[in-house]
Design a protein around this ligand. Structure first.
Ligand SMILES: *[C@@H]1O[C@H](CO)[C@@H](O)[C@H](O)[C@H]1NC(C)=O
Ligand SMILES: *[C@@H]1O[C@H](CO)[C@@H](O)[C@H](O)[C@H]1NC(C)=O
Ligand SMILES: *[C@@H]1O[C@H](CO)[C@@H](O)[C@H](O)[C@H]1NC(C)=O
Ligand SMILES: *[C@@H]1O[C@H](CO)[C@@H](O)[C@H](O)[C@H]1NC(C)=O
Ligand SMILES: *[C@@H]1O[C@H](CO)[C@@H](O)[C@H](O)[C@H]1NC(C)=O
Length: 156
């Protein structure tokens, strides 16, 4: 049995800690699945957290990495994807410049030692309607970096 390689990424996820009530992050998992009993009152919908709740407030500077996703690609490579910036919707949207922020992942074999660096691509998309009645949309900046290594055994 050979020693597994541990890859840790230099991303810091924001903790949403407000007045003692905490929304857990995946970093605190894995969690045991919870089975909720059937609600015989057939209540429709669910109690959503209001959009102005402090726990939903965007508490990052605009170019902070969000929506980080890791996808194993081959036994020796992995895609790291994330977004930066804010999407816009409305009559007057201005596309973000994907070259305005680096698409760069720093990584290593142990936590805190990110001695490798890889650059990738960034893109965005817009949905612009040439007629009245629909809202135009332009997306966040979407980053993709492919990391190639000797082995990817364990991802943390
Ligand atoms: C953002 O989050 C950090 C860390 O949780 C906290 O210290 C800070 O007060 C928050 N800022 C705002 C504006 O909510
Ligand atoms: C959407 O953007 C296009 C191109 O800038 C513009 O011509 C159009 O009027 C916009 N549509 C709406 C509904 O704002
Ligand atoms: C759209 O944005 C441009 C640049 O910010 C501004 O000059 C213009 O007045 C805006 N138009 C509308 C209809 O809001
Ligand atoms: C950091 O990792 C690199 C590559 O794995 C290694 O060569 C270096 O010795 C490590 N540095 C420390 C301080 O552990
Ligand atoms: C995307 O990144 C690759 C390297 O990972 C590079 O070869 C390619 O030119 C980039 N494409 C664009 C559109 O920047």
């Amino acid at each position: 049995m050979t020693q597994p390689t541990l890859f840790t990424f230099i991303f810091f996820l924001t903790n949403l800690l407000v007045s003692g009530k905490q929304i857990p992050t995946t970093l605190q998992g894995p969690f045991h699945p919870i089975t909720i009993h059937f609600d015989p009152s057939l209540r429709r919908g669910s109690d959503d957290i209001p959009m102005d709740d402090p726990r939903l407030k965007n508490n990052v500077t605009s170019m902070f990495p969000e929506q980080i996703a890791l996808a194993l690609s081959t036994p020796t490579s992995m895609w790291v994807s994330w977004v930066t910036g804010d999407a816009q919707i409305g009559p007057n949207v201005t596309a973000l410049d994907p070259t305005s922020v680096a698409s760069e992942v720093w990584y290593g074999k142990e936590s805190g030692n990110y001695s490798s660096k890889k650059r990738g691509n960034a893109t965005f998309y817009s949905q612009l309607y040439p007629f009245e009645g629909l809202f135009n949309y332009t997306s966040v900046i979407i980053h993709h970096v492919r990391i190639d290594v000797i082995r990817i055994d364990v991802i943390v």
